[in-house]
Design a protein around this ligand. Structure first.
Ligand code: AMP
Ligand code: ZN
Length: 483
């Protein structure tokens, strides 16, 4: 079956047909590196990681590129606050970004490109835009002339007249038109700058993505991803700059946009101050839980952040890991190669094989339908239920172990793109663990009541060594895994 993709450009689902038979170009707008990324930012990193991995699973040779915005007002301000250079801030948070995405089980991009490494390419594009009258320089700044690009508004479905009417002329007297946007910013004292034909300055944000995507993927490529907030103006401007300079009809063929992660009905964002960093969340929950929490919702819809939701995802992720572990224990030494036809077909085996095969097809079909991960995860749990039932109904016979190894191979396949099976933790049964910990906490409480501090401390130290943290509060003591 073919893969269908919801394309923001056309506003409908389309069959995926690669531009180039050799590779599928995929560009995703990356982080602005002035702080640790928050769990709203983590959403595009996770969902596009899954989409990329599913395409690879389906045999596409994906070339995945992500930019790192390492020059920006927020970085400059942070550097001023701390009395360090912008480069030091960017380097620090780029390193943190790499650490965090690795912990989140996100596969590294084929190319990470920094804006400041591409100033010559950016200048070349701006020069071209000026040469074809799509841009103009005024007093050290360069602006894109939106009136010169007839398709402006095509992605965001905005009309130029409305955009002009919506802005006050007084905002920027240097512009010909209020909707024009900056390509090159004149240097301000004390800020990083680069020489250019228009004087010292630095690139605008939008142009960096045009320059880096075209450099690494060509003038036309398959997928462009980012959060829904980037549709306008960022992605609209990327299309205008790229096509006006290269003459391309199609810049990115399929535009994919993820929905927001909200906190109590409001978008999670650094500027609103209602954010939790991915780092902080990973102190409490394993990556498999966090990924499952996101992927249980379709990538285009909103997600409401909640502790209850995450706790439920943890229980689900643990159940999945437990079943995986059970399979691994039952089938050591089996390869997973299984041909139903060459087997002695007992009714039990036949039925189980048939059910799993059907669910397998349905799971892949869900992914093919605009990467419907909630649908796929639903099928994954139907498979988990079937496996547990099959094992519980009778100890697996020799031939049945082969079919179980085959199912385990299927789980490995799904996890190549979903990344939700925690194989390292080995599937600790959270409910049982919690019951044990409640008994341990009670014991510690009794020791403290008896003022047996040495033994109470010894108990706590032993738990810390085992990776368990106890948290005391007026409401009582709770426990959690140290991550
Ligand atoms: P930034 O570092 O702000 O440039 O954002 C990096 C990526 O995170 C972009 O694709 C944004 O659209 C996306 N993003 C920011 N906030 C959220 C949110 N609350 N939910 C989902 N995606 C977000
Ligand atoms: Zn971008």
């Amino acid at each position: 079956m073919s893969i269908t993709v919801f394309n923001t450009l056309s506003g409908k689902k389309e069959e995926y047909k690669p531009i180039n038979p050799d590779y599928s170009g995929f560009y995703v707008c990356g982080p602005t590196v002035y702080d640790y990324f928050h769990i709203g930012n983590a959403r595009p990193f996770i969902v596009f990681d899954v989409i990329r991995r599913f395409l690879i699973f389906r045999g596409y040779n994906v070339r995945y590129v992500m930019n790192l915005t390492d020059i920006d007002d927020k970085i400059i301000n942070r550097a001023k606050e701390e009395g360090v250079t912008s480069k030091e801030i960017a380097d620090r948070y780029i390193n943190a970004f790499f650490e965090d995405i690795q912990k989140l089980g996100i596969r590294p991009a084929d190319v990470y490109s920094r804006a400041t490494d591409h100033v010559p390419e950016i200048i070349t594009i701006i020069k071209k835009l000026i040469a074809v009258d799509a841009a103009y320089a005024t007093a050290g700044d360069v602006f894109f002339d939106v009136k010169q690009f007839s398709r402006y508004g095509q992605l965001s479905k905005k009309k130029l007249e409305d955009l002009q009417a919506g802005k006050r002329i007084a905002v920027d007297e240097l512009k010909k038109n209020p909707a024009d946007f900056v390509l090159w910013k004149k240097a301000k004292p004390g800020e990083p700058s680069w020489p250019s034909p228009w004087g010292n300055g630095r690139p605008g944000w939008h142009i960096e993505c045009s320059a880096m995507s075209m450099k690494f993927l060509g003038n036309s490529f398959d997928f462009h991803g980012g959060g829904q907030d980037l549709i306008f103006p960022h992605h609209e401007n990327e299309i205008a700059q790229s096509c006006a300079s290269s003459g391309c009809d199609t810049f990115a063929k399929y535009w994919l946009h993820n929905g927001f992660l909200d906190m109590k009905g409001e978008k999670m964002s650094k500027s609103l101050g209602n954010f939790i960093t991915a780092r902080e969340l990973m102190e409490i929950y394993p990556a498999s839980t966090i990924r499952l929490f996101y992927l249980q919702k379709h990538y285009r819809g909103p997600i409401d952040f909640s502790e209850d939701g995450l706790n439920a995802a943890r229980t689900t992720a643990e159940r999945l890991a437990l079943t995986y572990k059970k399979l691994a224990r039952l089938t050591p030494g089996y390869t997973g190669d299984f041909e139903m036809e060459s087997r002695q077909q007992t009714p039990r085996l036949k039925e189980f094989h048939h059910r799993i095969s059907t669910l397998d097809e349905e799971l892949i079909a869900a992914m093919e339908d605009d990467f419907n991960t909630p649908g796929a995860i639903g099928k994954l749990f139907d498979i988990v239920r079937e496996v547990n039932k099959f094992i519980d109904e009778g100890a697996a016979e020799e031939q049945e172990k082969e079919v179980l190894a085959w199912v385990q191979g299927k789980l490995d396949d799904y996890d190549r793109f979903l990344g939700v099976i925690d194989k390292s933790q080995g599937g600790i049964d959270h409910e049982r663990m919690d019951a044990v910990m409640r008994a341990v906490i009670k014991l510690r409480h009794s020791l403290r009541k008896e003022k047996n501090w040495p033994l109470a401390d010894q108990l706590r130290d032993g738990l810390t060594e085992a990776g368990i943290i106890l948290e005391d509060s007026p409401a009582g003591t709770t426990w959690r895994w140290r991550k």
